[in-house]
Design a protein around this ligand. Sequence first.
Ligand SMILES: Nc1ncnc2c1ncn2[C@@H]1O[C@H](COP(=O)(O)OP(=O)(O)OP(=O)(O)O)[C@@H](O)[C@H]1O
Ligand SMILES: [Mg+2]
Length: 316
Amino acid sequence: MEDLLECKNLTKQYGNALPALQNVSLSIKTKGIFALLGRNGAGKTTLIRILATELKQSSGSASINGMDTSNDAKKIREQIAVMPQEARLVPWLTPRQTIYSYLLYRGFSRSEAASKVAGALARLELGKYENTLNRHLSGGVKRRVLLTMILATEAKILFVDEPTTGLDPVIRADLWGKLNELKKTHFIFLTTHYLEEAERLADMIGILENGKLLGLGTLDQLRSIVKYQYSIRIMQGTTPDIETRIGEVIKSADGSTQIFTTETDAEEISKKLVREKKRFSIYPISLEDIFYYLVRKPIEEDTIHNPIGKNGVHED
Ligand SMILES: Nc1ncnc2c1ncn2[C@@H]1O[C@H](COP(=O)(O)OP(=O)(O)OP(=O)(O)O)[C@@H](O)[C@H]1O
Ligand SMILES: [Mg+2]
């Protein structure tokens, strides 16, 4: 099966700065949603802009559905639609006018554009706002208009860069529902800072840090990258005697202690904590744990000479 998305040693350097992307290689065959996670400045938007043929890489190659971003840029542009991170609506137009003019720009005839606008507005339940000036819409509705705009193009490959940033929990959950619907018929490349969002929506997840891809896979595959399957958090002031062999122990600034450990040791530790009447929580590791586990390492190795102390305990 052809890759939906493939990057080979993709590197991007802006001027003389450190590379924004460093030898990123990935291959995605799974339809649905690919969620790319990473802290501010990790390189997510840079990767989207290269794939969307807005930006040239410094070296390496990338392709979408077998089309190369350098040689087949025109074909790629016809098949994708992008919702940029900084996308803004023109304040003096209405949603209907915004989407209509975007469709004309994309090459649709006036009659095609008019009929597509109606369908797209209905799909994201925006009908009641269609003739309101964009400047009078709330932030959440504006994001929905932007999403409606790219959906109206009928492109089957969508790039959505932080579509839910800044939305209230109700509108965000609503958009999750819409994205979940869409992923049945589209390939969606999504970036987000909400790990819960990736956990709920994504079929594949990538974790980018300082321009390097630290992890790629389904949630279960990512869990297996991490040595430990359980996380135990012990509340402030109740740290028990923890031996090194049980896993990785991280003391947080808030006084709590987090332990990543195997299933067997988790059972033993939790029984001990129950006997000692300690306050603690225990759960199978979440995407958030995996994210912190992966992104913490390179940072600490760079900045702290000896992060793991004699007892296998390091301080935040
Ligand atoms: N046009 C540009 N010129 C120079 N440097 C840039 C440019 N765009 C991005 N960068 C730098 O490249 C790195 C990656 O930025 P990028 O915007 O891709 O990160 P990001 O993961 O999307 O971050 P965020 O989560 O904040 O959106 C950063 O160090 C950023 O400062
Ligand atoms: Mg970005």
